[in-house]
Design a protein around this ligand. Sequence first.
Ligand SMILES: *Cc1c(COP(=O)(O)O)cnc(C)c1O
Length: 349
Amino acid sequence: MSTGRLTIDLDALAANWRALDAMSDPDVQTAAVVKADAYGLGVARAGRALAAAGARRFFVAVAEEGIALREALGPGPEISVFSGHMPGDTGLIHDLGLVPMLNSVDQVTRHIEALPGHPFGIQLDSGMNRLGMEPAEWLALRDLVLAEGPRLIMSHLACADEPGHEMNARQLAAFHDMTEGLDVPRSLAATGGILLGPHYHFDLTRPGVGLYGGQPFEAAQPVVTLDLPVIQTRALTPGESVGYGNTFVADLPMKVATVAAGYADGLSRHLSNHGVLFSGDTPCPIVGRVSMDLIGVDVTHLEAAPDHLTMLGPHQGVDDVADMAGTIGYEVLTQLGHRYARHYSRGRS
Ligand SMILES: *Cc1c(COP(=O)(O)O)cnc(C)c1O
């Protein structure tokens, strides 16, 4: 077998949900954001594990993502859709019992006309300028919307991963201005917002990345392990090169292992001559360019040729790999490829 092995620890996922849930008061509900196939880890398995841990409300990005999630969860849990009610979504929203977060006058009109009485929430823009109604738009529509009984009013923070950023307080104030005194449950915080403290929690929190072991949730348990099989190990003499473009040239005799994964599996070319893999506790640098299916790794210093090397594991998490590749843990997770043999474990194995 020459595909990498991706292990997803469902107990760690559940523990992360419980830990984030414990950071807010008991009367604050903790949802789970499972958009983009649960950040690349598989929405059916992740969704069921989160429901078993206690999550009762789930968020996806688009209505289509509700199909696999509803099938996995059954009829009980609430599934909300950040992108709201788009043309063509009515059938899915109705049949799957989805709750769209309506983002504009157009969406409110579409929803109320197409599905009168069907539950919905409202998304407000508190300054990020991405999704949601602007303050003036909201003011004009507010009474009409409130008469229809929204389930939730939410907004999203742009800089919550930087606790000292002045934008956080500014968005908090804007959200209060738009929602104070309304008798509707409110939500502002994703993972970063939970860590900002109770003023940001309102009635419902919406963690995503922290569930999957990513920053800014420092205390997260790692959820993913990625082991890559070594296909071949060879000896190099000084002056020999490795990989496309001869970007690495040996200056001493060395041993290079070729592992079976590349940028087609979500391992960025920015790791070329830059990233490391681990053999047990020992770091082994990437040499040469990351190619589509293969990566060269310096194993000169190992006593024996390894049969596999670890890209994501106890010594290196998704955010470490992200730092080396010049990106964020979210992107590393959501790019994890579909060629890996995926295993879902309970506890570390
Ligand atoms: C993605 C997203 C979340 C979850 O964010 P994390 O940073 O992954 O916790 C919450 N709310 C909205 C609107 C989102 O788009």
